[in-house]
Design a protein around this ligand. Structure first.
Ligand code: GLC
Length: 553
């Protein structure tokens, strides 16, 4: 496949790394991570091979929702640094070839934002209509309450002005009203501001909430997303929106702009993620295989973003109650591991009891799935969670750089875990010296993923393996093929795959040494270790595998 495509449509096989500046690295010794600390670690990130950093919110905030409650969209939380520090960070990241995107949280502001203070100051305030007010809100539907541990309604009565305001999330996060054209202009201004400072795009928080809960209802809410995307493209071709849209596939496609592909550039595959966890809990390929078979193709130049964990709870809301219980039983049986009745507040390695073979297999699977992989900081070294931290903060713990933590000289903003996932057991410094470490495995996966753009770009086919525990798929692009197989169970398996069009081809293993040959009738017999994974590049015997990706230039 021509590599030149992958520099224009760069996000289609990017490796996205999400981090919170607050918990990544403290550069000034006050216990809180900051831009100076992060900048010092840019070479670590570049060396890992990730190509795009996603920064969680870094704006001024009362910090009641870990920065997702913003009081000023145009500056930096002073605990994390200054705009000057941000620009130096951007400059260094760009120099190392890293792109940067940031969380765009414009469904709501903090109730301490000057806009909301002005809006609530009276019914005739010029900014009244920047938020969603009502005398007689619709009665609550409990399904609409996102954080049922803290809220029981999405409306809050404002004593001062005698009306209710809408808050899809916490009551301290009043919803901005994109029904108001001034608000829409201001949102574009925010995008423009940060793009001018070098950002390549945004991870858009809570997209369905942003466009649906407004007054008056937008005649065509999706037009607003298309307008934003067009604005970005005018300013900087190649900039992207990565949407948090947790909806069934059939409802989600409209966020891509259906066939037009002119709205959100990439959407997280929440359905595939949840079905992957069901597969992992059952050691059965079926649930994930069926999600991949059902999943619609994104419009041209759009892409799915694949993930196993993120900064929130591992939400299992799109599974049945019984399926959710299966995952709880396998990966989070005790109540303090569960949250909101729908998810787990754990990181992946602890859910696998630290079984390195299984952890490595799960990430091999993630990187091989059709789409763009998104990882959460610390996944590359197998960090665990700290259940003593409140709610979702359990997984948002300080990055573990060295045996003594290495995040800060001072008391850190959050506590690291004890026991087998403590920094003396899980840290970057040790894993750099260990060729069999998870960190080195991630580097290999990322290197191979980048060398196999077919995985992200190609047309994929889920293959019949004849074995319930084995998931195999092939990706074809421009006459080149990569075949991948994962054994979800802990006993060795041999599978036979039918590979039409690859008769007499040779498959070269990209993760370990070795080759296997496809028979004259297009069948290959593939041995897999317990929790084994194989990535294989197909090439006719006379072509070296390194050249097989490039049919014609
Ligand atoms: C998104 C974020 C989550 C945040 C919420 C409210 O779902 O991922 O962390 O709490 O929006 O902004």
């Amino acid at each position: 496949m021509r590599l030149t495509y992958t520099s224009d449509v760069w996000y289609k096989n990017a490796v996205v790394y999400c981090l919170d500046v607050e918990t990544f690295k403290d550069g000034n010794g006050d216990g809180v991570g900051d831009f100076r600390g992060l900048t010092q670690e840019i070479d670590y990130l570049a060396g890992l091979g990730v190509t795009c950093l996603w920064l969680m919110p870094f704006f001024p905030t009362p910090n009641k929702d870990d920065g997702y409650d913003i009081t000023d969209f145009y500056s930096i939380d002073p605990r994390l640094g200054t705009l000057g520090d941000f620009v130096e960070f951007m400059r260094t990241a760009t120099d190392r070839g890293l792109r940067v995107i940031a969380d765009l949280v414009v469904n709501h502001t903090s109730d301490q934002h000057p806009w909301f203070k002005e809006s609530r100051s009276g019914r005739d305030s010029p900014r009244r209509d920047w938020y969603v007010w009502s005398d007689t809100p619709e009665p609550d539907d409990p399904k609409q309450v996102v954080f049922p541990d803290k809220e029981n309604s999405i409306w809050e009565y404002d004593e001062g002005s005698g009306q209710y305001y809408l808050h899809s999330f916490y009551r301290h996060q009043p919803d901005l009203n994109v029904g108001n054209p001034e608000v829409r202009d201001e949102i574009a201004r925010i995008l423009g501001f940060w793009m001018e400072l070098g950002l390549s795009g945004f991870r858009v928080d809570a997209v369905p909430f942003l466009i649906e809960n407004v007054t008056p209802r937008l005649a065509s809410p999706h037009e607003f997303l298309a307008d934003l995307r067009a604005f970005m493209t005018r300013r900087k071709g190649g900039s992207i929106l990565l949407g948090e849209v947790n909806l069934p596939y059939k409802d989600l496609m409209q966020y891509f702009g259906d066939g037009l592909g002119d709205q959100v550039t990439m959407c997280f595959d929440f359905i595939g993620m949840q079905r992957a966890w069901l597969s992992l809990a059952r050691n059965e390929a079926g649930p994930l295989a069926s999600a991949l078979r059902e999943r619609p193709e994104p419009p041209k130049d759009c892409q799915w973003a694949m993930f196993l964990r993120n900064h929130d709870e591992l939400t299992l809301d799109k599974l049945t109650k019984e399926e959710r219980q299966e995952i709880f039983a396998a990966f989070g049986p005790s109540e303090d591991m569960q949250i909101y009745g729908r998810g787990l507040r754990r990181r992946l390695p602890t859910m696998f009891g630290g079984d390195l073979r299984r952890i490595k297999m799960a990430y091999s699977l993630l990187f091989s799935l059709p789409g763009t992989p998104v990882i959460f900081y610390g996944e590359e070294i197998g960090m665990g969670e700290n259940l003593d931290e409140e709610g979702r903060m359990a997984v948002r713990i300080p990055m573990q750089w060295s045996r003594d933590g290495g995040f800060s000289q001072a008391e850190p903003v959050r506590e690291v875990p004890d026991g087998s996932f403590a920094p003396d057991r899980v840290n970057v410094a040790d894993q750099k010296r260990d060729t069999s470490s998870l960190l080195r495995w991630f580097q290999l996966l990322i290197e191979r993923y980048r060398e196999c753009p077919e995985l992200a770009w190609g047309e994929y086919t889920v293959l019949d393996t004849g074995h319930p525990a084995v998931l195999a798929h092939r990706s074809d692009a421009d006459g080149a093929t990569v075949v991948v197989a994962h054994n979800l169970c802990d006993t060795a398996q041999d599978v036979e795959l039918k590979l039409a069009g690859l008769e007499r081809y040779r498959l070269t293993d990209l993760l370990v040494d070795g080759t296997v040959d496809v028979s004259a009738d297009g069948v290959v017999r593939l041995p897999l270790d317990p929790h084994g994974c194989r990535w294989l590049r197909a090439a006719p015997p006379e072509i070296p595998p390194e050249d097989a990706s490039v049919k014609s230039l």
